[in-house]
Design a protein around this ligand. Structure first.
Ligand code: G
Ligand code: G
Ligand code: NA
Ligand code: MN
Length: 256
């Protein structure tokens, strides 16, 4: 309970929370194509706490919508800073929780924040896990996704392959990208079952005109397998760990 109160304080002050950014690349030439914003909490006593630990806490104690709003607003403010600095402009992808969709005003919040900084919606991608997409409390997700895309946002299904969405569901959903979960990448290229699954997902995505980004790429052997199997995009420690915005700036200048 002490930790929840600390989280409330962190949200009110805003000083202990940070977004770190992990780069995303075209596999062919290594070009920077985007980055994922990942939430971090620098606790004054306990040090860095992973979102895997404090997001469930925030959900249990009704803090998740404030936390989600903070993330979206922080990412948009950072995009505006980068624009002012004149560095390369690539989309930032944020993770959207079920509660942010259930709340119902995500579309208008995003639009208001982007308008405040005069930024185009194409610069803010939205990552939703299969469980978020299947959460019936969010209502019929189809028109919501259509509305977000009509505003200009790109939408990715995060952790693809670990949930339970059926293939017919995938055919119907208005999304742009699949993020192949790192569980399928970890044992590549040796694990023949994972190799078969990844090959099949890539072929299916091509047929459905969906982009695929492989997560958790850590080794040259994984990268080479993905390249020779036609995976267009990658993210992982081999290319970059998630880092604070200031550490990314030299890299963004290099991309110009
Ligand atoms: O970066 P790390 O491995 O600690 O992330 C752990 C989990 O927390 C991942 O599943 C990631 O998607 C999730 N996560 C990170 N940042 C955010 C965020 O801003 N919002 C939500 N909802 N989840 C996040
Ligand atoms: O659930 P989501 O896909 O958003 O999770 C993102 C998490 O994955 C982040 O916490 C990030 O730190 C972690 N991550 C990113 N790249 C790698 C990687 O190459 N290997 C491993 N093990 N974790 C990674
Ligand atoms: Na994600
Ligand atoms: Mn993921």
């Amino acid at each position: 309970l002490a930790l929840v109160n600390d989280l409330r304080t962190a949200l009110a002050k805003g000083t202990q929370l940070e977004l770190h950014y992990q780069t995303q690349h075209a596999l062919r030439d290594g070009a920077l194509v985007g980055m994922e914003a990942l939430l971090r909490w620098r606790h004054p006593v306990h040090g860095m706490i992973s979102p895997g630990d404090f997001i469930p806490l925030a959900e249990r104690h009704g803090l998740m919508s404030s936390l989600g709003n903070w993330v979206v607003e922080r990412a948009i403010a950072q995009l505006a800073n980068w624009r002012l600095a004149g560095v390369a402009e690539v989309p930032v992808w944020v993770n959207i929780s079920a509660l942010q969709l259930i709340q119902g005003d995500l579309e208008s919040r995003l639009a208001a924040s982007l308008a405040q900084y005069r930024l185009p919606a194409r610069l803010l991608g939205l990552e939703l896990t299969e469980s978020v997409l299947l959460d019936e409390r969010a209502g019929d997700i189809y028109p919501r996704l259509e509305a977000l895309r009509a505003l200009g946002h790109q939408i990715a299904i995060d952790d693809f392959g670990t949930g339970y969405s059926s293939l017919s569901y995938l055919k119907r959903l208005p999304v742009d990208k699949l993020k192949l979960d790192r569980a399928f990448v970890r044992a590549l290229p040796e694990d023949s079952a994972d190799a078969a699954i990844v090959g099949a997902v890539l072929a299916m995505a091509r047929g459905l005109s969906l982009e695929v980004i492989a997560e958790g790429v850590e080794t040259p052997a994984q990268r080479d397998f993905l390249l020779s199997n036609g995976c267009p995009l990658v993210q992982g420690f081999l290319f970059s760990r998630p880092v604070p915005a200031t550490e990314l700036e030299p890299r963004l200048l290099n991309e110009l």
